[in-house]
Design a protein around this ligand. Sequence first.
Ligand SMILES: Cc1cc2nc3c(=O)[nH]c(=O)nc-3n(C[C@H](O)[C@H](O)[C@H](O)COP(=O)(O)O)c2cc1C
Length: 177
Amino acid sequence: MRIAIIIGATRRESTSAKLSAYIADIMRKEGHEATLFDLREKPLPLYNDDDEEIHPNTAELMDTVLHADAVVLSTPEYHGSLTGVLKNALDYLGKDQFNDKAVLPVSSAGGAVGVSSLTQMQTIVRNMHGVNSPEWISIGGAQRQFQADGTPESQDVRNRVERTVLYFLKFAAKQRA
Ligand SMILES: Cc1cc2nc3c(=O)[nH]c(=O)nc-3n(C[C@H](O)[C@H](O)[C@H](O)COP(=O)(O)O)c2cc1C
């Protein structure tokens, strides 16, 4: 399967970006094609329905998600929600890109669990006619440590992320069928 991973973080040392790269590695080891779309590297203009021209980064995002079989949405938790950059990116997308596709929400939070950003992403996914994975991935507080090679420090986090990604791949394959 082709999986698009949209990273809604802006910090250079972003832990949600590191977690997304780790998720992509697991997917690739399972034989899937995982494409990271990092909104820090490829920023989008603020969505405006009046704009007639499509920015090249926006066109690339729309194309990446359109041709994906499944999608991962990854965000830091900001004020109990997803980041503005991720919400802005999702405003360019909709049913055309998400219809019936499995979507995995991922968050990194200062607190223990980023439940608010995860549930808010699920609300948006539902409105874009995507299909929410019953499992999600959240790291918080002291769990946000990564080794130099991008592997999470905590064995517990590594186990949890791997288990959830494998579950999501099966869920996405069923959804695709
Ligand atoms: C503007 C802002 C708002 C934040 N709001 C929350 C919050 O509501 N709950 C929380 O647990 N952490 C909050 N944090 C902390 C971030 O979620 C946390 O540092 C996260 O790991 C950052 O992700 P990143 O490493 O990908 O940038 C906030 C941070 C910023 C900058």
